[in-house]
Design a protein around this ligand. Structure first.
Ligand code: X8Z
Ligand code: ZN
Length: 596
């Protein structure tokens, strides 16, 4: 709190102290400059206080930390949603013809930030903050149980990755769905409160508010995601067919029409790992210490010419699972944090010795280095974020893709120098792992379900039926048994609770990632996209930096065109996996393709 008060006073001095100093600029630009100097300074100070409180609440769930987080969020809303601030922002936006582009971008972003907690309706905003805090607390402290005994999320994932006993897999999968029951009531409340704050600021609903960050409407965003699926569907149907035959063999079962959810290693069937023996890297990661996994992604970026992470990153991050026997509860989903919008960068993870955490850590460090790149005096705090959210996720995913390349794994010593990779197996494993099924989950199930609950007001009594309708329709997956409305299986996914109406960003990030990767492989590395090594290449680092250091002080479409020469497009993704399609057609000859 002291920080906030001090900073506000400092900002006011700046604003009034500099009056008249720039008499030669146009008066509207000058008015906007003064306003934004105040807002940026306060935004940074208040966000820092809030982020610290939420960090404590996420890494050590307790009523005291929850209360502090709620108070900090209220303080933030008191300023960022202040009616006078909103009015001035709207007034200045009407004068945009007199304002420079950086100013307009800050004002537009301010509208989106204010809309998260508009104090034109204080009781609504307070109710939302209370409900968000309570939901995060339930989510972060939920204790899963298997056969009546507590089981961690890593244990659930490890069992799904290794068990070949279908009865056991089903018990584990069902255990992983228990949290949805506990989270449904809070999510129902939050749906209305989130829509309420967005509507208070003139948006149709909360989904519309989120996609406004892309300059898009809900219909345009859903349409874009449908287009991704339309292009990738032939490949998906072949992968699905190949996978279900492999799984039926593995579990000694008849080939199903749709794949039972508990047959797949991921709780939501979003990634289909572990299906390709010749590309299975687990044995090479068994001895990779979690500390080494955390460190190696920093080396990746340093090799590209980026600075080392500040020591505070290592001191303050929470990278490893809670030790056995500790009663501390923390969020178990990986995340990256930019707490003060300066140098206080942290990551929250539960890293273990396996390839999944290796990839995930590289993803998180993509975010961390993005934070570092745009933390410069030229980028005002309001614009210290990605060109759009998918750019942020895209660098995370691009780093994860680069980290999965065979030459890189050899250079790290994870794979032996004489390892001979079966290229088709690696491409197939990659397509199944993070590539293609993910799009049908992200663009299909997640995006359509969230659009339904926010934009289309889907009644809560239909939530689970609609969820499984989409899982069946888009993903070709079915539950092991009927899932009634007693359950809320969507709410078992972290983002549904704490990063709402955002998940299409991961689908766009996948598509964007392949565009960047294709450009880097062909034009900078001059290596095949399916097998190349970024490590140690400063030109690749310069390419990354050229995008990252702009933050949100750019138009994402223009930037994408500038750096890759093309619009957002699935071209590079389709080309990357093209060698697979012919191989799959051969493997699937005589089989019924898909599930319709
Ligand atoms: O949530 C994440 C990251 C944190 S931004 C680990 N991802 C999505 C997920 O886990 O569902 C990365 C890819 C998809
Ligand atoms: Zn991410």
């Amino acid at each position: 709190m002291l920080n906030v008060r001090w900073s506000l006073r400092f900002a006011l001095l700046l604003v009034f102290g500099s009056a008249g100093a720039q008499a030669d600029t146009n008066p509207n630009q000058e008015r906007a400059d003064r306003f934004l100097a105040l807002v940026n300074s306060a935004y940074q100070a208040i966000s820092t206080v809030e982020a610290n409180a939420i960090w404590d609440a996420s890494t050590d769930v307790s009523p005291v930390h929850d209360a502090a987080a709620e108070t900090a969020s209220r303080a933030r809303a008191a300023f960022m949603g202040n009616p006078t601030l909103i009015k001035e922002t709207k007034t200045l936006l009407l004068l945009r013809k007199d304002l420079n582009a950086t100013t307009t971008r800050q004002l537009e972003r301010l509208i989106l930030i204010s809309a998260e907690g508009p104090m034109t309706n204080p009781s609504l905003t307070r109710a939302r903050i209370a409900a968000e805090t309570a939901q995060a607390s339930t989510l972060n402290s939920f204790e899963f149980k298997l056969h009546g005994k507590p089981v961690t999320v890593n244990e659930i994932d490890n069992l799904l990755a290794t068990s070949v006993d279908l009865a056991e897999r089903r018990a584990v999968w069902e255990a992983s769905k228990e949290s949805g029951k506990a989270l449904k009531e809070g999510l129902v409340k939050l749906r209305d409160l989130r829509n309420g704050v967005a509507q208070e600021m003139g948006f149709n609903d909360y989904f519309a508010l989120q996609v406004a960050g892309y300059g898009m409407t809900t219909e345009e965003m859903v349409q874009l995601n449908n287009e991704f699926m339309q292009v990738l569907r032939p490949l998906y149907l072949h992968l699905h067919t190949w996978a279900k035959h492999e799984l039926a063999k593995k579990f000694n079962q008849p080939v199903p029409n749709r794949i039972p959810a508990h047959w797949i290693n991921n709780r939501w069937s979003q990634e289909w790992d572990g299906l390709v023996a010749a590309a299975d890297l687990e044995k090479f990661f068994k001895n990779a210490a979690p500390e080494w996994i955390a460190k190696v992604s920093e080396d990746f970026y340093v090799g590209l010419g980026f600075p080392a992470l500040p020591q505070s990153f290592w001191d303050k991050s929470d990278l490893f699972p809670v030790p056995a026997g500790s009663t501390r509860k923390k969020n178990t989903h990986a995340s990256a944090w930019h707490l003060d919008l300066e140098n206080d960068l942290r990551s929250l993870q539960s890293i273990e010795s396996n390839s999944w955490w290796f990839n995930t850590n590289h993803h998180e460090f993509g975010h961390i280095y993005y934070f570092m790149a745009y933390t410069r005096p030229e980028v005002p705090p309001l614009l210290r974020t990605g060109a759009n959210p998918a750019f942020h996720e895209g660098f995370g995913e691009l780093t994860a893709l680069a980290s999965a390349q065979v030459p890189y794994l050899k250079s790290l010593g994870v794979l032996p120098a004489d390892f001979v990779a079966d290229e088709t197996a690696f491409l197939l494993s990659n397509a199944l792992g993070t590539g293609i099924p993910f799009i049908f989950w992200a663009s299909g199930t997640m995006t359509h379900w969230e659009a339904d609950i926010y934009a289309n007001q889907l009644p809560p009594a239909q939530w689970n039926a609609r969820w499984w309708h989409y899982v069946r329709e888009f993903q070709g997956i079915e539950p092991p048994s009927a899932r009634s409305e007693e359950w809320c299986d969507a709410a078992t996914k972290t983002h549904i609770n704490d990063t709402p109406a955002y998940y299409y960003s991961y689908a766009i990030a996948q598509v964007f990632k392949f565009q960047l990767h294709d450009y880097i492989a062909r034009h900078i590395l001059h290596q095949p996209p399916q097998s190349c090594n970024y490590a140690g290449n400063k030109a690749v680092g310069d390419f990354f930096r050229g995008i990252m250091e702009k933050g949100a002080d750019t138009d994402w479409r223009t930037l994408l065109k500038e750096v890759t020469g093309e619009e957002l497009s699935t071209r590079a993704m389709v080309e990357y996996y093209a060698p697979l399609l012919a191989w799959l057609e051969e493997q699937n000859r005589g089989r019924k393709i898909g599930w319709e």
